[in-house]
Design a protein around this ligand. Structure first.
Ligand SMILES: [Zn+2]
Length: 244
C-alpha cells in the first residue's frame, strides 16, 4: 500500500503543463515527498490554496506505483500574513529551503513541528522579532540533525566566543581563525541550553536585543551552510535587508 494521507507543508512548487504543479512536500508521517497537483492554476480549482508555498494541510493522495497525485486536502493554514511583510516572507522562505535541504524520505516529526512553529510565529507573532523566530528554528534544525556547533572547540581556558566553521564551533580569542564571527555572552548562554524545549527557547530569544539576535543568526546560518554544504540564496537576500 502506498501513501494515502499525511499532514504536510509545501516547501516548493514547479509549474508544468498548463495548469498543473509538482509539489515538494514535507510531511510529518512520510518525510519529504513529491506529488503532482492537477488543474490548480485554473481560477475555479478547489485545490488552489493547497498548492501555494507554506500551505499546511492534511493531504490525500492517489499513489500509482510511487507516483503521487494530490486528490484533496483539509487546509489547516496558509500563513497568509507572510505575504504582507518582505522580511518575514524571506525568513519563511529560508526555513523551507533549510528543511528541504536536511529532510529525507524518513519521517522526522520533530523537524516538522519545528518548521510549523517557525512559520506560525513568523506569520502571526507580530511582537516577536523575525530573527528570534529564525534563531529558534535553526537551533532546532541543527540540534535535530546532530550538527549543533561544538561549544568548546579548543581546549584553552579562555571564553570561547569565536565561531569558526573550520573548527566546527567556538574557540577562544587566541585560537580564532582569520575568518570568524564573535558571539556575545548572552547568545552563547542560549546556545549552552541546547536541549531546552522549543517554547522555552523561543521565550528566551524574545528577550534578546536585535543586535545579538543578528549575531546569533549569522553564526547559525554560517554553520548550517557549512555543515550541509549548501549556499542559501534566501539568506543572501535576507542579508541585504537585515544587515544594511
Ligand atoms: Zn583556544
Amino acid at each position: 500500500m502506498g501513501i494515502e494521507k499525511c499532514d504536510a507543508v509545501v516547501l516548493r512548487f514547479a509549474d508544468y503543463k498548463e495548469a498543473d504543479r509538482m509539489l515538494t512536500l514535507f510531511s510529518r508521517q512520510e518525510g519529504k515527498i513529491s506529488a503532482a497537483i492537477k488543474g490548480v492554476k485554473k481560477q475555479k480549482s478547489k485545490l488552489r490554496n493547497g498548492a501555494e508555498l507554506f500551505a499546511l494541510g492534511e493531504y490525500t493522495f492517489n499513489d500509482k506505483a510511487g507516483r503521487l497525485t494530490v486528490t484533496g486536502y483539509d487546509l489547516m493554514d496558509t500563513f497568509y500574513p507572510l505575504r504582507e511583510d518582505i522580511v518575514r516572507l524571506w525568513c519563511a522562505t529560508l526555513c523551507v529551503n533549510a528543511v528541504e535541504t536536511v529532510a529525507t524520505s524518513q519521517p522526522e516529526p520533530e523537524l516538522f513541528d519545528t518548521l510549523v512553529f517557525a512559520l506560525s510565529q513568523l506569520a502571526y507573532n507580530e511582537k516577536a522579532s523575525p530573527l528570534a523566530c529564525l534563531d529558534c528554528f535553526f537551533i532546532g534544525v541543527l540540534s535535530i540533525g546532530g550538527i549543533f556547533p561544538v561549544l568548546n572547540a579548543c581546549a584553552c581556558s579562555g571564553e570561547k566566543l569565536y565561531y569558526s566553521p573550520k573548527r566546527n564551533g567556538f574557540v577562544c580569542r587566541d585560537c580564532k581563525e582569520p575568518e570568524y564571527i564573535r558571539l556575545d555572552e548572552k547568545c552563547m548562554g542560549i546556545l549552552k541550553n541546547e536541549g531546552l524545549g522549543r517554547d522555552e527557547l523561543f521565550e528566551m530569544l524574545t528577550t534578546v536585543d536585535e543586535a545579538s539576535l543578528k549575531g546569533l543568526y549569522r553564526v547559525l546560518v554560517a554553520h548550517a551552510s557549512y555543515c550541509l554544504d549548501k549556499h542559501f540564496k534566501s539568506a543572501d537576500f535576507l542579508d541585504t535587508v537585515l544587515f544594511q
